[in-house]
Design a protein around this ligand. Structure first.
Ligand code: GLP
Length: 265
């Protein structure tokens, strides 16, 4: 389902509702976490609900989508650090509840295989949060990544290095050129996918992902293959969608019939 919500705060509450529904359905479920600025308001909303006692995440297991190669947990630009700051601390999790790929593992290929095994051992990911890169990437699956790809070591495009330089004091030289990422095939095995995109910079990628051809050149277009994928976009990220009237109507009609959220597994 494609959902356009004009207000980012409302959008984030909607995403938090989907997560809370998943957790109330199965308190020991498994949730996949994305990094980047887009999901931050969702994590803030989750933290507020935990603080108020409305939401209990103490039995949930979390897996991160990706990590930079070479950056350890104590590096402020590592995704482990980011998720500790934005999710583990504020949501009062035990750090052991979150597994992140170890970017400093001696054998990165082994780390990736081990990560896949850990996801399988956890029973798979029930709900995966995703952002989207300007070039349509999901996780660190850059354009032309196979739709069947698994967790692996990947090279980053110039575009991604430049886009992420803002987190490295605007110096692209400091951005790692290699990363570890769940594959598109891995992501597609999650029970439900929730992709969040805000701001006009994401509008071309969102248009291609939702309405464009199914192509590895736009990794997020793979979500068209998933039966429980929800795109949550604000009016700016959704500005180039040709069928936005239908998506708004779709949401109203579905709500009228009381079917507001993805089916849980
Ligand atoms: C990074 C992450 C992606 C994320 C993307 C977009 O490249 N690896 O998982 O979706 O950034 O980030 P933002 O939400 O900050 O635009």
């Amino acid at each position: 389902m494609r959902i356009i919500i004009d207000d980012v705060a409302v959008l984030s509450r909607f995403a938090a509702d989907l997560i809370a529904e998943q957790v109330s359905y199965r308190p020991d479920c498994t949730i996949g976490l994305a990094t980047g600025s887009s999901p931050v308001p969702i994590y803030q909303e989750l933290a507020a609900r935990v603080a108020s006692g409305e939401l209990d995440l103490s039995r949930v297991r979390f897996f991160a989508l990706d990590e930079y190669a070479g950056l350890g947990a104590s590096h402020p630009m590592s995704y482990r650090y980011f998720l500790d700051e934005h999710v583990v601390g504020p949501c009062r999790l035990d750090p052991a509840q979150l597994r992140v790929l170890n970017g400093r593992a001696e054998d990165l290929d082994h780390e990736c295989r081990d990560y896949e095994a850990a996801i399988t051992a956890a029973g798979g990911i029930d709900l995966q949060i995703l952002g989207i890169g300007h070039n349509g990437h999901i996780g660190f699956n850059e354009p032309t990544s196979s739709f069947g790809s698994r967790t692996r070591v990947v090279a980053l495009t110039h575009q991604t290095v430049d886009a992420n330089a803002r987190f490295f004091d605007d110096d692209p030289e400091d951005v790692p050129l290699l990363a570890l990422s769940q594959g598109i095939g891995t992501i597609l095995e999650a029970g439900a996918l929730v992709l969040i995109a805000t701001g006009g910079g994401k509008a071309p990628a969102i248009r291609s992902a939702i309405e464009g051809e199914l192509t590895s050149s736009v990794p997020a277009s793979a979500l068209q293959l998933h039966p429980q994928a929800t795109f949550l976009v604000d009016e700016y990220a959704g500005a180039m969608l040709a069928r936005s009237d239908f998506y708004r109507r779709e949401r109203q009609v579905i709500a009228r019939y009381g079917r507001t959220s993805p089916r849980r597994r």
